[in-house]
Write a protein that binds this ligand. Structure first.
Ligand code: GDP
Length: 525
């Protein structure tokens, strides 16, 4: 690919993740986006969902038939001249460090909120990571076809709880059974609502924001109320500022209903206008690598072990930061300074999981891995060594004491544990007082994967006992007195020999803070 072609290919990329609390509608909106992309041609699942007969297995059936996986990691499709990569952020019982790490590999995020519920805990956690990265965040207030909270209330909660400015791109005209449409502030038009998915229907507005055509809506009291609210929002709300959006300081807010495909296309069109193409990536040496650089580079943000014992292979997910990826290319692995050939790779097209021939900055490729990669690894081509910063570690929230079932098999237990912890999938601690090993993770799934892999890859059966502790807080070793350990906390050290306390709850943490007011405790992200 010559420089111009690469440049224009990279420019077409939009790589994002959807952050939301379970059941807010992430899957439903993803499905709509795939429909727009022509990847899913049947809206069958949408109908099935409407009639209430929807089961997760319907989805799986589609996945099987069409070879796509919505529960899979990356979905790619083309729309309006752009190539869109949606990275999955596992949410339900499979919420884990991987969910957080995925946010390290995207250029923007879409936050889906259930308009009846507002900001929920998982949304808040994921938002914090996006905020830390300073990436643009686009908000979709979903389920307007149901009775929801007042839009003003939702927007002020968003600003107060998340600490980000919001700009309403549109405003609901009614909600639930009384939903009439959207007052589209950004496009200066009204989008009418149809309870069935009948496509879009717009009414133009005059420059002063009043209806430009005859419509029953003009005399509707709800319409008048909306005009007043929109007036208020325009006067007292934030100004639309694409620069602040790009810096992640202002989130454009869209209302709609994913299930009835209402307001989704309006959202997608505006999203594509303001979401960034891949940008330069900062290296450890503080250089910036441009995405259209002729040399390839990327980093591993996730490693997925195959849960099928017949296939011990793993897939390392690489976010391409610069240049072009070609199958069979030779790359350098920065951590080991080793050269390797990337012959076995897949790209996650939404229609088929096909072997990737090439991909460019912004895309994700999956590399079959036999144990060469660790999370956070950089690979690159060219003369100049590239090393991207380590991925952050996230404060675990679930802890388990772990032992080998068979005491005679300590060797394989230790080897397996050491290697799996090295991979970065799970965190390991050791108790000060008993020397017990304690595993920490963000989600339950990591423990199950750990247990499974210990058995299958290292022939070590492990026993895990859940601990009641939920909060991990590090302490400056200078301030540590081992007598601070008590029945209300557990003192452990991490792999770097740094001490930390595990508390059962916030009460125990506060009790500690009251008892030792001069001691400062830290969390990871
Ligand atoms: P996820 O857990 O965030 O992926 O949520 P899903 O997309 O699976 O949606 C959770 C439930 O909410 C499902 O029963 C959906 O049919 C429903 N749902 C999603 N979007 C809407 C919407 O716009 N309106 C209504 N009424 N229900 C919705």
């Amino acid at each position: 690919m010559d420089k111009n072609k690469l440049d224009s290919e990279v420019d077409k990329r939009r790589t994002f993740a959807i952050i939301s609390h379970p059941d807010a509608g992430k899957t439903t909106i993803t499905e709509q986006l795939l429909l727009f992309g022509g990847v899913l041609r049947s809206a069958g699942t949408v109908k099935a969902k409407k009639s209430g007969n929807f089961a997760k297995s319907d989805w799986m059936e589609i996945e099987k038939k069409r070879g796509i996986s919505v529960t899979s990691s990356v979905m790619q499709f083309d729309y309006a001249g752009k190539r869109i990569n949606i990275l999955d952020t596992p949410g339900h019982e499979d919420f884990s460090e991987d969910t957080y790490r995925t946010l390290m590999a995207v250029d923007s995020a879409v936050m889906v909120i259930d308009a009846a519920k507002g900001i929920e805990p998982q949304t808040k956690k994921l938002f914090q990571i996006c905020k830390m990265r300073g990436i643009p965040i686009f908000t979709f207030m979903n389920k307007l076809d149901r009775d929801s909270r007042e839009p003003l209330d939702l927007i002020s909660e968003l600003e107060d709880v998340l600490g980000i400015d919001a700009y309403a791109m549109n405003w609901p005209i009614g909600m639930g059974k009384g939903l009439k449409g959207l007052y589209d502030i950004y496009n200066n038009r009204i989008e009418l609502y149809h309870s069935e998915d009948k496509g879009q229907d717009f009414l133009p507005l005059n420059d002063d924001g009043t209806l430009a055509v005859d419509s029953d809506l003009a005399t509707d009291s709800i319409y008048k109320q909306v005009l007043d609210e929109v007036e208020l929002v325009k006067d007292a709300g934030n100004e639309f500022d694409p620069e602040k959006i790009a810096e992640g300081k202002l989130t454009p807010v869209f209302f709609g209903s994913a299930l009835t495909n209402f307001g989704v296309k309006t959202f997608l069109d505006a999203y594509l206008q303001f979401a960034p193409a891949p940008a330069a990536h900062q290296t450890v040496a503080e250089n910036k690598v441009q995405p259209d650089s002729k040399d390839f580079s990327g980093f591993v943000f996730k490693i997925q072990a195959n849960m099928n014992p017949q296939h011990r292979d793993r897939i390392a997910f690489v976010r391409i930061c610069s240049g072009e990826f070609e199958r069979g290319m030779d790359v350098n692995l920065t951590r080991t300074s080793k050269k390797m050939r990337l012959s076995n790779s897949t790209q996650f097209m939404a229609d088929t999981r096909e072997t990737v021939e090439n991909a460019v900055a912004g895309d994700i490729v999956g590399l079959y891995d036999t144990g060469n990669f660790q999370i956070g690894d950089t690979i690159y081509t060219g003369k100049n060594v590239v090393e991207y910063p380590k991925l952050p570690q996230f404060t675990p929230e679930i802890f388990m004491r772990v032992t080998a079932k068979n005491v005679m098999k300590q060797k394989s237990f230790h080897k397996g544990m050491q290697q799996l912890v090295q991979e970065g999938a799970i965190q390991l601690y050791q108790s000060y007082s008993t020397g017990d090993y304690i595993l920490g993770a963000v989600g339950q799934l990591q423990f199950e994967v750990f247990q499974f892999r210990m058995l299958n890859e290292y022939h070590s059966e492990v026993v895990m006992t859940p601990l009641g502790h939920k909060i991990a807080r590090w302490i400056d070793p200078q301030q540590l007195d081992e007598n601070m350990a008590s029945s209300r906390n557990m003192l452990v050290k991490d792999l770097n020999e740094q001490p930390l306390f595990l508390f059962e709850n916030e009460f125990a943490e506060r009790w500690f803070a009251d008892k030792y007011p001069d001691v400062k405790l830290f969390s990871l992200l």
